[in-house]
Design a protein around this ligand. Structure first.
Ligand SMILES: [Zn+2]
Ligand SMILES: [Zn+2]
Length: 164
């Protein structure tokens, strides 16, 4: 599973029964209006793009987590230097860890078979801020190794996760 752009923005394109483009913004049924190509207004364009990038664009999500955690590893508590590139925080030493590993999405009942399910899987699990934390490379290696050495069933049981 790719870690960036796992829901493409064009998947939100909408059309009426005549094939005319409808505004992408959630809940908006207005026709697309010039000069916008995908939206009815500047308000809808701003609102939708903000929602999309904060939820689906990995660089944006990761940057938000680094910032929330004050660029500090949540295990060893060391703070590391970071830089900003194109509005996204990045660091040579810091990584964004999924507290419950990404590969367990199926075991937790999440699916990727429709746009609605993709949105749910991403916003409630893969990119959920509750499931993400900042770790330094060394600590990240440690938790990944621990997870890989533990059988999935036992892992889910130990973490008290529902096995569906
Ligand atoms: Zn609109
Ligand atoms: Zn650390």
């Amino acid at each position: 599973m790719a870690s960036r752009n796992i829901v493409y923005i064009r998947e939100f394109d909408k059309f009426d029964s005549m094939g005319n483009s409808i505004c992408r913004n959630t809940g908006c049924q207005n026709l697309v209006k010039y000069p916008f190509r995908k939206y009815c207004s500047k308000g809808c364009s701003k609102q939708f793009e903000k929602w999309y990038y904060h939820n689906f664009y990995w660089e944006r999500v990761r940057s938000d987590i680094f910032k929330r955690d004050n660029y500090t590893c949540q295990i060893c508590r060391k703070k590391y230097p970071y830089t900003y590139r194109k509005k996204f925080a990045r660091s040579k030493r810091l990584e964004c860890d999924h507290i419950i590993p990404r590969s367990l999405y199926k075991e937790l009942g999440f699916r990727f078979d429709s746009l609605d399910n993709k949105i749910k899987t991403i916003t409630e699990f893969l990119h959920s801020h509750d499931n993400l934390r900042t770790l330094c490379k060394e600590c990240h290696k440690g938790v990944t190794k621990e997870y890989l050495q533990c059988p999935t069933d036992l892992y889910l049981k130990n973490k008290n996760l529902t096995h569906v």
